[in-house]
Design a protein around this ligand. Structure first.
Ligand SMILES: C[S@@+](CC[C@H](N)C(=O)[O-])C[C@H]1O[C@@H](n2cnc3c(N)ncnc32)[C@H](O)[C@@H]1O
Length: 264
């Protein structure tokens, strides 16, 4: 990632996120995430994220805890305001929050707002500043779709994971067909252009995953995927039908994906 690209991305990203009302001056806001959005600005989105997180804790993290019987070394990749790292620290794990965004409301500096401390690192997930085989678990929480090259990003994760380690993808848009993801990307850029005067395309982020790409990644990198389908409620469940009736493209799904490398 070029420095100029990165600077432009971060400027655009900050503008959009602040306009969306992300973050708060009140530390209670951060401590309540993901269960409650005390600002009320993005409450519906946080209600979805809370469901993903509850599912992750119960069906993915708890079995790993039973398997290891010790605190886990966890990489929180694209950690944003670090709420996931805080939640993991409360469970006595050892998270490292990594992001390219150091903002005090919506990026790594928000880590100061939590009553527990954990390491935070300004770095990009394609060049992880860690020795090989250092982590039990890597989490991309609403972040892997910012990658511009999934093979490169996941190869770096593979290097940093211990042989029995795995990675988890949460809250990233996954489409059945790539053309549906491409339509979403075009719509999003048009909307940003109209609303903010720029398309927010400084980084060549892929912005979504699709089923054929997941199959290719499995083959190329020898990944075994375990797909978890979370129940987000009836209105979420009915979105594809609603879209079809209205003649719109199918919406994305938020599957939770657990990936394990067959040959670490
Ligand atoms: C939508 S936010 C998600 C933040 C947080 N994980 C959460 O669940 O709320 C995506 C984050 O990914 C970060 N990001 C984007 N590209 C990145 C990269 N190449 N390396 C590290 N972080 C990146 C952004 O700066 C942003 O904080």
């Amino acid at each position: 990632m070029e420095l100029t690209e990165r600077r432009r991305f971060l400027e655009d990203y900050r503008t959009i996120r602040h306009a969306e009302g992300r973050g708060s001056e009140d530390p209670a806001y951060y401590r309540a995430l993901p269960y409650q959005d005390l600002s009320g600005n993005n409450a519906w989105q946080w209600s979805i994220r809370a469901r993903s997180f509850r599912y992750f804790e119960r069906a993915i993290l708890a079995p790993l805890e039973r398997q290891h019987m010790r605190p886990l070394e966890i990489l929180d990749l694209g950690a944003g305001n670090c709420w996931m790292s805080y939640r993991l620290a409360i469970r006595k794990h050892h998270p490292v929050a990594l992001d390219i965004f150091a903002d005090s409301r919506d990026g790594l500096l928000a880590a100061r707002k939590y009553p527990r401390s954990f390491p935070v690192l300004e770095a990009q997930f394609d060049e992880l500043p860690f020795p090989s085989r250092s982590f039990d678990l890597a989490i991309f929480n609403a972040s892997i779709h910012y990658s511009s090259d999934y093979r490169r990003t996941l190869t770096e994760v593979r290097r940093c994971l211990r042989p029995e380690g795995c990675f988890v993808i949460i809250d990233s848009p996954i489409y059945r067909q790539p053309e549906h993801g491409e339509s979403m990307r075009t719509e999003r850029r048009r909307q940003f252009q109209q609303q903010y005067g720029f398309p927010s395309d400084a980084l060549p982020s892929l912005e979504y995953l699709d089923e054929p790409e997941l199959a290719r990644l499995a083959e190329d990198l020898e990944i075994e995927w375990h797909i978890h389908r979370v129940w987000y409620g009836w209105s979420w469940f009915l979105r594809p039908w609603k879209a079809r009736m209205q003649g719109r493209r199918p919406p994305s799904r938020f599957w939770i994906l657990v990936g394990a490398f067959v040959k670490p």
